[in-house]
Write a protein that binds this ligand. Structure first.
Ligand code: CAA
Length: 409
């Protein structure tokens, strides 16, 4: 049994387009401050028809493998955490395995439990590494999702998309997980769900917030009880981010608990929030909800922007998946920021996005829906952007194009 295990590398992929939430608010006749301040978002990622959960996952994975000089043969397990499956039987992981050209001697599967899916994957991968089952090979865990609600619904301004790929191994230069305490909580609730016959999620919004906060209290209490780690041991506290204000609500819930315990001898709420959680949210504000990837986008963004300031610290992470399953866990950031510096790619991806207006946003949604129908395949134009592309469905088979290799029809 190896006592050190966790994240060796991390990289993100973010869709090429976005809409400003002010544009959306104006189209809905709503005060933009409700989205900017009330929900805490600024922009949300919009996918083109060539981007789907597979291409986003493959792009993030390509970045992490390239950034850390890991060859396809080094990967012994590939797990994709997602609630945006493209097929009821074939996992996203199988497509990604093909697009990356990984070694056939590799376990490949998806995990699904709403936004908790990638955390389940991370746990499995870490246990696999810790027990030596990888025989020195690494696991590749990818969180990938496209968050989609009905046009005009309350959830619409919280949409987003993207993927976060993480290399998990016994050389955790980025985040070494603390021995897992049993800080999990499951509850059968209908707070957010998406029946097979729908492409958009259904949600009981206010109730979902209650369920999230209840799960947070249960898991944090269990974490404290079994880990011995205390508030003052954390340099940062990260939460699942369906919308940035939710992370504030979650932080406030834990803060109030802690402040009560200390009889008021405690820094003010907003100062603690800006110290522990605020610095992780800058990318969530730009991208929106990535469901399974939102927590890990916060982690990636914190590492990228805080860099050496976060090295050597301890991070607490709260993962919540509606339905529900939640977990609170923690890890120590590696002491050397050069391990991840320049390899995560959040700011770079955001810098290359194109803004769309409201009508284009609606047109891209419609085009995306059309791509999910059999017969949508169109012969590709030139490989303009060097990215993995979804070309549509032909003969009931999804067709992808990756740089240097023609489609798999
Ligand atoms: N200026 C500033 N703030 C304003 C404002 C204005 N003009 N108008 C409203 N606000 C504030 C409100 O006061 C409110 O703030 P508080 O939450 O601090 O009270 C905030 O803006 C939101 O306003 P409403 O509560 O009226 O918003 P809503 O009912 O239209 O919808 C929502 C909010 C329920 C979160 C909705 O966006 C939603 O359904 N989202 C999807 C579900 C979700 O994200 N749930 C989170 C927990 S579940 C989970 O985490 C899993 C997951 O990923 C989905």
């Amino acid at each position: 049994m190896n006592s050190r295990f966790g994240i060796e590398g991390i990289a993100v992929s973010i869709p090429s387009h976005y809409i400003d939430l002010k544009t959306l608010a104006e189209a809905r006749g709503i005060d933009p401050a409700k989205y900017y301040v009330g929900l805490g978002g600024r922009r949300m990622a919009v996918v083109t028809p060539e981007e789907d959960p597979v291409t986003l996952a493959a792009e993030a994975a390509r970045k992490v493998l390239g950034g850390y000089q890991v060859t396809p043969d080094d990967i012994g397990m590939l797990i994709v955490g997602s609630e945006s499956g493209v097929d009821a039987a074939k996992p996203i992981a199988a497509y990604v395995h093909g697009l990356l050209g990984l070694n056939p001697q590799c376990r490949t599967f998806d995990t699904q439990h709403a936004c908790y899916g990638a955390t389940a994957a991370l746990r499995l991968a870490a246990d696999w590494c810790a027990q030596g089952n990888g025989r020195r090979r690494k696991a590749l865990v990818i969180a990938t999702d496209i968050a989609r609600y009905e046009v005009g619904s309350a959830g619409e301004p919280t949409q987003g998309a993207g993927a976060v790929a993480m290399l998990v191994s016994t050389e955790p230069g980025v985040v070494a997980f603390d021995a897992y305490p049993d800080a999990v909580f499951t509850e059968d609730v209908m707070d957010f769900w998406r029946p097979h016959y729908r492409s958009t999620a259904l949600v009981d919004g206010k109730y979902s917030i209650e369920c999230y906060l209840r799960a947070l209290e249960h898991t944090y209490e269990a974490y404290e009880r079994s880990s011995g780690v205390r508030w003052e041991d954390f340099t940062h506290l990260l939460f699942h981010v369906p919308f940035p204000k939710m992370a504030y609500k979650a932080f406030r819930r834990l803060y109030e608990r802690e402040a009560a315990r200390r009889n008021g001898d405690f820094p003010p709420l907003d100062a603690e929030y800006e110290r522990l959680t605020g610095p992780a949210l800058w990318a969530n504000v730009e991208v929106g909800n990535i469901y399974s990837g939102s927590l890990y986008l916060s982690l990636a963004a914190l590492l990228e922007r805080q860099d050496a300031a976060v090295a050597g610290g301890r991070i607490g992470l709260f993962s919540y998946g509606s339905g529900s399953c939640a977990e609170f866990f923690s890890g120590s950031v590696g002491p050397d920021a050069s391990v991840w510096r320049g390899r995560i790619g959040v700011a770079e991806a955001l810098a290359h996005r194109t803004e769309v207006g409201y009508e284009t946003y609606l047109a891209l949604r419609r085009a995306g829906e059309a791509m999910s129908k059999n017969g949508s395949f169109r012969a590709p134009g030139p490989e303009a952007n060097g990215h993995v592309r979804f070309l549509g469905i032909h003969d009931d088979r999804r067709v992808y194009d990756r740089p240097g290799r023609r489609a798999m029809v």
